[in-house]
Every structure is written in structure tokens, then in C-alpha cells.
Design a protein around this ligand. Structure first.
Ligand code: ADP
Ligand code: MG
Length: 704
């Protein structure tokens, strides 16, 4: 396995019957920043003030070594640099004040049940009362005439008073850990106090920051040494980002709030660089050590195929096919991501790529995420390929169709995860196509590729991946984009409605059915992992819809139905014997019934925008105008705001960007997307510039 670097490790196929039992043991090496240097691996008990008990508490924060402690990032900062004259203090203001202790003492309070320690602080002009309840021991820490910094909220102005302020005697305030500066506020756990942890980190930095080793050298110099490759705009950041050691210092005790930001950016850049360099190494190992099979094609099959297809490929499809053809003709295995909005015609691209490979005398598999989609592909490809004499087979957990031809004969095998079982892929495998890639994990994608001798790989997705994510999650793939929809598509209009509008919505759908169209009704509650309760709920929904739609035929489609039944329902819907399909989000992936032009999503606020966009892609496939109704059961301000994006745009790319911004990368890519690397400092949501910079540096400045 020469190209098989630590990025992905695999488990066994544990059972041929339940191929989902395939468990990747370790999916991605973490790219979370780690510190190296003498003493940084020492346990925290080597620090003054940390015994076994405290060490155990710190471990709850994930802190074991000195290095861990130095990477414990503040949750936020408080700017305590500005001191004010007591005279200028106003009610409720939070601020730092410097003064001299004029008087102090403990008073008892509430008939002696409580006590109050009070200091009167003078700045030469005015006086400030500082009060602490039930901490009489504080008295021992202060003396009259001593200089003191306090930080707190003004709870009263007559006289001016602070309750429970933080304090720092000025003699030792050379160190000024807690006041008179921008102060870090850390995540804590019970038993660890903010002030104590802050001091601990302060002293750990003083003793150990000097031994932090830098790992990337002087990035700015290396970037400047690159000639002829224009640096991205974010390259300007290199002039202001501190080196790693300084970044760690500024992360905790920044000179200004802005310095805290650049410190985090520097550390995030390092994480992103780690990942980018890793991805490039992986690619190089693939090129160097994984001989694939050149598949020169002669158009023998493609020509007649396109001639009888009935429509012309779009310019985008032609361009992408040219890219794929160039890849296939080389012995370096293709690793290509095809990104195309819903309805852009990815299936046709897959079909042509398959024919190119079969022309070269080797087999192809196409893997789809659900049985419903695999069955649909099977039907499409049978229709397309049978006239050409190309065998088409099916392999899912519940159904197998095998062509009656010799084992060596090239063929297309369509299937689900079942293709991952040992021996399930055909011999002589030349190309693997993975449809709706975002529904699979990285490990699954790789598992199939490794079954043959490094077949070519084409993964397809309709989730338009914002560039930031594309560079990180799919950084090891070449990307082709289908940026053009086939001509003659009807317009889709989208409306967001509350449940009170449901009667009108039903009426509207009936009108469309009467005009000969069909409709989807999607419920998020009908999950794929159906329990008895949710199946019962589904049956009830079905009853409601059937009644509202009578006499039109309504059927329920969900992931747990037996395969033949799903297949039958899909056939009936495709043939317009069934007019309304009530479904779970299984219809999200790839169903293609051009006469269906109404989509109602009930509980739309529970879906991500990208997912709703996918659902919406089920309609608007024919020449008819289409309508998408997003019914929000709980119309919060946030939901309203999110869903409006779909009313406003059909641009999948913009929608995905918005989803990334509003919900973060995990939501956008779905749980199956285990390829998302965990970071400590990098934030894919916001660090677009850093990702681009890291990719540029890894490509041009840091030769792995
Ligand atoms: P997706 O990219 O979402 O997988 P499909 O491959 O299912 O989209 O294509 C959507 C529909 O568009 C299908 O009915 C397909 O046959 C049709 N189609 C694909 N390419 C073209 C084209 N060049 N011209 C006209 N229709 C096309
Ligand atoms: Mg598709």
C-alpha cells in the first residue's frame, strides 16, 4: 500500500451480510496543534503548586503536560488596561482602579451570621469602598498605605463602591497577571479557579515558552522566495503573524486584543499547513507508488450512446468529460471530485466515464448511498447500456442482478455499501464512481478503491462545497465543476409558510395534481432509523395526506421498507400511477422524476439549508414550473432568517456558504462526512483566508 499514508486507516469487513459493519478504526490523523520542545512533555505535577489532586482536576480539562497547558486557549479576554480616576466612575461600569489603602477592617453583618471585609482606597482625590463578603481572611493580605489595583463593577456611587473586585497588590504587580492588562479568561472545571489557573499559565510561560520549537521556519521569507506564483491576498497576513513561540505567549497574555487575534490566526495557520502538507504528500505517494491502469478509449461505445441519447451534453458536461478522459488515459489513478448542483446531469457524466473505461476492456462500479438510488441508477443504466451490449448488474444488501457473461468480460455494477463486502466488486476493476459522495465517509471511499489494482476514482457530489471546505476535506482530489444546468428547465418558486397555511397548501397541491403533475411530501420525523413509534407516526401522516389528496394515489417511502417494495413504489411513482410520494429525506438523494413539480417539506426548520436545496432539486427537472413549500412548524426568528435564503436564491453555492456560516461545517457535510479534520485553533467557518494561504504555502513554498 505505498500511497496509503496515516491519513486513513481501515477496519476489516466484519460481515458480508451486513456490510455496514465495516468499521474504520481510525479515520484521520488529527491536525490539532501540538507543541514540541524540551520539558513540554513533562507532567503538570512538575509545576510549582500542582499536586496530584490539582493535576487530576486539570486532566478533566484535557491538560496532562506542560505543553497541553500552554495550548489551553482562553475562552475570551477582558481588557483591563484602562484605569480610571475614582471621580469619573459611573454606576454599573466595570473597570480597573489604582489607589492606596487608607483604611480597612472586618465588620459583622446580619447579627453576626455574616461578615464583611472592607477597604477604603484613595487615589489622592476621591475614595472607593471595596467590599468582600465572608472572606475575613483577606484582611491578612493587605496593609494600610499599600498600593493596590482593583478590578470590578461599580455597584453604588454614594459612596463609590465595588463588590468583590479582583485585586492585585502593586508591589508584586510588576508581574501584573490579573489587572492592568488584557487578561485571559479560560474554560474551567469545578475546583479550578480562574485566578489560580491564570497564574499557573503565567508562570509556566515564563519558564517554558522559551523552549517551544518552531516547526515551519520563517514562513514570510519562504513565501517571498517564491517567484512567478502570485500569492493570495491573505499573504499580507504573513507580515503581521508572530512566530509560534510569540503566538503562544500572545495567546495567553496579549499586549492588545488585536494581538490575541493574530496569535490565534498564527496557530490556526499552522494546523491548516499541517493538513495541506499531509494531503500533498499523500498525493505524491499516490503518483509515485500506485501504478494504475491507463484506459485509452476509442469512442466505440460512447458514439452510439450519445447518438441515441435524445439530448446533447451541455458544454460543462463536455468539458468535464474531457478532463476525465485525460485522467483515464494515464497510468496514474484518477482521483477526481465532480461537483455539480442538483440536476446538473452528473449521471450522464458517470455513464460516459463508465463507457470510456469499458471500451478499454475493464469493469466499472457505481456506488450510491441508498438502495432506492441504486435501483434508479440500475434502471437508467440498463436502459442506456443494453442497446450497446454492455452488461449492467446490481448489488445491494437485498438484491443481486448478475449478467450471464464470463467473469473477465467488462461490465458495470451498480450498488450500495454492499459493494464494499469482500469479493463484491467485479474482477478487473478499472473505475470506481461514488455518487452523492457526501453521504459516505472518507474511509468508505478508500475501501472500494483498494479492492482492485488502484482503479481510477470519480466521486460526485451535489453539495456545492465552499472553497474553504473543499480545500480541507477534498484537498487530495482534483475538482471538476458542472456549472451549467441542462436547458429547458422550468422555474422553481419557493415559499416559506407557517402551519396555519396548511389547508391552502393542500388545496394548491390538489390543483397541481388535477393539472396532471405529481408531488413529494417530506417529513423529517420519518427518520431512516425507523422505530416502531416513528413508523406509527408515519402511518398517521400517510392517513392525513391520503385524505387531503383523495382520490389521488398516495404512497409512503422510507428507508426501512423491503427493497422490492421501495422499488415497486418508485416504479409506480415514475410511471405516474402514484401521484404523491410521502417520504423521509431518502428522496433527498438523486431521485429523478421530471413530472413531479411540487415539493412540500413539513418541518423545514429542522433541515440544513444545503439539505433543503438537495430536496428541492427533486423538482424543476422537467419543463414544468415547480413549487417548493417549506412549512416551518416552529417559526423562530432564526428559522425564518435561514429559510429566507432559499426563497431568495437557487444558487447552491451561495446556499452552502450560508449554511457553513450559520451552522458550521459538520452540519453542512453531514455526519457521514468523517473526513472533517478536528482542529484546536482553526475555524473553517471563518478562516477562509487562512485556508487559502495554507494551501498556497503548501503548494509553492513548502515542498514536502
Ligand atoms: P444530478 O446531477 O442531480 O445527478 P441527473 O444526472 O439526475 O442530475 O440529471 C437530471 C436530469 O437531467 C436527468 O433526467 C437527466 O437525464 C437530464 N439531463 C442530463 N444531462 C442533460 C442534458 N445535457 N440535456 C438535457 N437533459 C439532461
Ligand atoms: Mg444524481
Amino acid at each position: 500500500m505505498p500511497y496509503f499514508v496515516p491519513l486513513v486507516a481501515f477496519g476489516r469487513i466484519e460481515s458480508a451480510e451486513t456490510p455496514l459493519a465495516f468499521t474504520p478504526r481510525l479515520v484521520l490523523t488529527t491536525h490539532m496543534l501540538k507543541l514540541a520542545g524540551p520539558g513540554l512533555d513533562e507532567p503538570l505535577t512538575t509545576l510549582t503548586g500542582v499536586g496530584e489532586a490539582r493535576a487530576a482536576l486539570l486532566e478533566r480539562l484535557g491538560l496532562r503536560t506542560v505543553g497541553d497547558l500552554l495550548l489551553h486557549a482562553p475562552r475570551r479576554y477582558e481588557d483591563r488596561t484602562h484605569k480610571k480616576a475614582i471621580h469619573d466612575l459611573v454606576l454599573q461600569e466595570t473597570t480597573a482602579v489604582q489607589g492606596v489603602i487608607q483604611a480597612m477592617g472586618v465588620k459583622s453583618w446580619r447579627q453576626g451570621t455574616g461578615n464583611l471585609f472592607e477597604i477604603i482606597l484613595s487615589d489622592g482625590q476621591d475614595r472607593l469602598h471595596c467590599r468582600w463578603w465572608n472572606q475575613p481572611y483577606l484582611e491578612k493580605q493587605f496593609a494600610v498605605s499599600q498600593s493596590l489595583l482593583v478590578y470590578g463593577r461599580i455597584s453604588s456611587v454614594r459612596p463609590r463602591t465595588m463588590d468583590n473586585p479582583e485585586f492585585e497588590p502593586l508591589e508584586e504587580a510588576e508581574a501584573q497577571i490579573h489587572l492592568g492588562r488584557v487578561v485571559p479568561v479560560y474554560p474551567l472545571t469545578e475546583g479550578i479557579r480562574q485566578r489560580w489557573l491564570r497564574s499557573l499559565i503565567w508562570h509556566a510561560l515564563a519558564d517554558h515558552a522559551g523552549s517551544i520549537e518552531s516547526s515551519w521556519g520563517d514562513l514570510r521569507r519562504q513565501a517571498e522566495a517564491v517567484t512567478g506564483k502570485p500569492m493570495p491576498v491573505s499573504g499580507a497576513l504573513l507580515a503581521v503573524l508572530p512566530d509560534r513561540r510569540e503566538a503562544i505567549r500572545q495567546l495567553h497574555f496579549p499586549a492588545t486584543l488585536a494581538a490575541a487575534t493574530t496569535a490565534r490566526q498564527r496557530l490556526a495557520l499552522e494546523e491548516l499547513l499541517d493538513l495541506q502538507v499531509e494531503l500533498r504528500r499523500r498525493r505524491q505517494r499516490l503518483v509515485a507508488g500506485a501504478p494504475g491502469r491507463a484506459c485509452p478509449s476509442d469512442n466505440r461505445l460512447i458514439k452510439p450512446f450519445l447518438a441515441r441519447l435524445g439530448f446533447k451534453p451541455t458544454a460543462a458536461q463536455v468539458r468535464v468529460l474531457r478532463e476525465i478522459r485525460a485522467d483515464l488515459s494515464h497510468a496514474v489513478p484518477m482521483r477526481r471530485l465532480l461537483q455539480g448542483d442538483v440536476g446538473a446531469g452528473k449521471t450522464l457524466v458517470a455513464a460516459c466515464a463508465a463507457l470510456m473505461t469499458i471500451e478499454a476492456g475493464v469493469s466499472v462500479v457505481i456506488m450510491a448511498p441508498t438502495e432506492i438510488l441504486a435501483e434508479q441508477h440500475f434502471r437508467t443504466f440498463e436502459r442506456w447500456f443494453q442497446p450497446l451490449g454492455v452488461p449492467v448488474e446490481l448489488r445491494t444488501a437485498s438484491r443481486r442482478v448478475e449478467a450471464d457473461v464470463p467473469a473477465q468480460e467488462p461490465r458495470l455494477r451498480v450498488g450500495t455499501h454492499a459493494l464494499l463486502s469482500a469479493g463484491a466488486a467485479p474482477d478487473n476493476l478499472g473505475l470506481v464512481v461514488i455518487d452523492e459522495q457526501h453521504k459516505f465517509g472518507v474511509a468508505q471511499r478508500e475501501a472500494l478503491v483498494r479492492q482492485g489494482v488502484y482503479p481510477h476514482l470519480l466521486v460526485m457530489t451535489a453539495t456545492p462545497i465552499p472553497r474553504t471546505l473543499g480545500l480541507t476535506v477534498y484537498g487530495d482530489l482534483d475538482v471538476s465543476v458542472l456549472d451549467e444546468l441542462p436547458p429547458g428547465r422550468g422555474v422553481i418558486r419557493t415559499f416559506v409558510r407557517g402551519p396555519e397555511k396548511l389547508p391552502q397548501v393542500w388545496q394548491f397541491i390538489r390543483e397541481k395534481l388535477q393539472a396532471g403533475r405529481q408531488a413529494y411530501v417530506v417529513y423529517p420525523r420519518l427518520e431512516e432509523s425507523d422505530t416502531a413509534a416513528s413508523i406509527k407516526a408515519a402511518a398517521e401522516e400517510l392517513g392525513v395526506v391520503s385524505q387531503a389528496m383523495a382520490p389521488f394515489q398516495v404512497r409512503l417511502l422510507h428507508g426501512r421498507l423491503p427493497a422490492e417494495e421501495k422499488e415497486r413504489i418508485m416504479r409506480e411513482f415514475a410511471a405516474n400511477q402514484v401521484q404523491v410520494l410521502v417520504a423521509t429525506s431518502v428522496v433527498e438523494v438523486g431521485l429523478d422524476v421530471p413530472n413531479a413539480c411540487v415539493l412540500l417539506v413539513d418541518g423545514a426548520e429542522r433541515f440544513g439549508l444545503a439539505q433543503l436545496h438537495q430536496l428541492r432539486g427533486r423538482i424543476g427537472r422537467g419543463g414544468h414550473s415547480s413549487w417548493c413549500v417549506l412549512l416551518a412548524r416552529q417559526m423562530t426568528v432564526e428559522a425564518r432568517h435561514r429559510l429566507r435564503v432559499l426563497e431568495e436564491t437557487a444558487d447552491g453555492f451561495r446556499i452552502a456558504e450560508e449554511d457553513l456560516r450559520l451552522r458550521g461545517p459538520g452540519e453542512l457535510l453531514g455526519q457521514a462526512q468523517s473526513g472533517l479534520p478536528p482542529f484546536r485553533f482553526a475555524e473553517l467557518k471563518t478562516d477562509h483566508d487562512l485556508v487559502v494561504l495554507a494551501a498556497w504555502l503548501a503548494t509553492h513554498a513548502l515542498q514536502p
